[in-house]
Design a protein around this ligand. Structure first.
Ligand code: URA
Length: 242
């Protein structure tokens, strides 16, 4: 159970600076249980807290966990340089909450991207020790051959890596398409592995992280949703191998 003053509640939800939150409260724009609360010092229990702001309902979230179906030509950085940033696809309050992408996708890679303002969770999920598997659908420039699949499964040497990197799974799904699962998250890993195996990546989509799949989320490109605990569990609890 956590208790906060109402102005801190609003600020924590990304509604704005403390001064602005206090003004909204004083103006009677914030209601709890249908009753306007005009004292910003009011202590509220944040557990399951719902309030309205300008008549719109908000659910208090200590942290936010977000899944986005990232389109092409969007950068994951909070400070993008050549394309719009991922925050341009999310409501403004999530930017104020300082959500960050968990790992990155290249600007031209589409598919499942997770974001959070929970630094501990971000760190834990992106830690190289976790080996959370990530599944990609890669379209290749040249036809897929059994030799390509074999190389990706056996491991290919990337020039700045101490040892060859191997796909955890790799299958052909079309004349120029493979599905590849990686346990690591190295920079441009799929593209560099394909290049090292003598092909070229023409398009790349991430289709799942852990047991969380883009299909199950049903998000169209550019759409996002909050991840509730049942879906977060698909990232945290890897079934034991075997
Ligand atoms: N591998 C890549 O090459 N690019 C991505 O965006 C993700 C994985």
């Amino acid at each position: 159970m956590s208790k906060l003053t109402l102005d801190r509640v609003l600020q924590s939800q990304g509604i704005g600076a403390r001064k602005w939150c206090r003004q909204l409260i004083a103006d009677g724009e914030v209601a709890i249980g249908g009753v306007a609360v005009t004292d910003f010092r009011k202590i509220v229990d944040t557990e399951g807290l719902r309030f309205t702001l300008f008549g719109e309902e908000w659910l208090y979230r200590e942290h936010v966990y977000i899944a986005l179906n990232k389109p092409r030509d969007i950068e994951c950085s909070r400070k993008p340089s050549h394309h719009p940033g991922v925050l341009s696809l999310l409501p403004e309050e999530l930017g104020w909450r300082e959500v960050q992408a968990i790992g990155r996708l290249d600007h031209d890679t589409t598919g499942l991207l997770l974001l959070t303002d929970d630094g501990t969770f971000n760190h834990a999920l992106s830690s190289p020790k976790r080996h959370v598997p990530k599944r990609y659908l890669a379209t290749t420039a040249e036809a897929v051959t059994p030799g390509l699949i074999a190389q990706l499964l056996e491991g290919v040497q990337l020039h700045d890596e101490p040892a060859p990197l191997a796909a955890r799974e790799c299958v052909q799904v079309g004349p120029c398409q493979i599905e590849i699962v990686l346990a690591q998250g190295k920079y441009h890993q799929v593209k560099r592995m394909l290049a090292a195996a003598g092909n070229h990546c023409a398009a790349l989509q991430r289709t799942s992280i852990g047991r969380l799949t883009l299909d199950a989320l049903g998000l169209a490109e550019g759409e996002w949703c909050y991840l509730e605990p049942d879906r977060l569990a698909l990232l945290r609890d890897e079934p034991a191998p075997g």
